[in-house]
Design a protein. Sequence first.
Length: 174
Amino acid sequence: MKKLLAVAAGTATLLVAGPLAAASATATLNVTVTVSSNCQISTNSVAFGTYDPIAQNLTAPLTGNGSVVITCTRGTGASLLLGPGANPSGSTRRMRGGTGFIAYELYMPPSDSPGVPCSFASPKVWGTAGNEVFVPLPAPSRDPRLYNVCGRIPEAQDVLAASYVDTVVATANF
């Protein structure tokens, strides 16, 4: 009987000790992505309405506004340019109506804050080079930002009765 107990005690000892411990190793896994600077631009037409060179606009310019909407990756800075249009004469923008032209100008908004209304107190021409380039602050988020395009047709133009139109290219450089 002593032998049987010894075997039983030995078996109990084996069960308590359990299996041998396994070995392990570790490594790190790097995860990366590059977020690109990107912008999208769209526009809303400058609508002047009706120009009356005989009465209302004989002594007062006609103003109108449209907008440029820019959506950029957060932190991306962009400069906004407005081309001279399809019918310029030197540095003067012109709309074409039949065989005639009517002069007009496009100005920057008075502030680089989005949505600021047009003001013609001391307008700055919005163009393609130098101080005619509009540079808002870098995008604070990916939300669209709207900037007003301030248009003005000078008073007292002797023009043909017609519907006038021009096409201006808006560009965002980022």
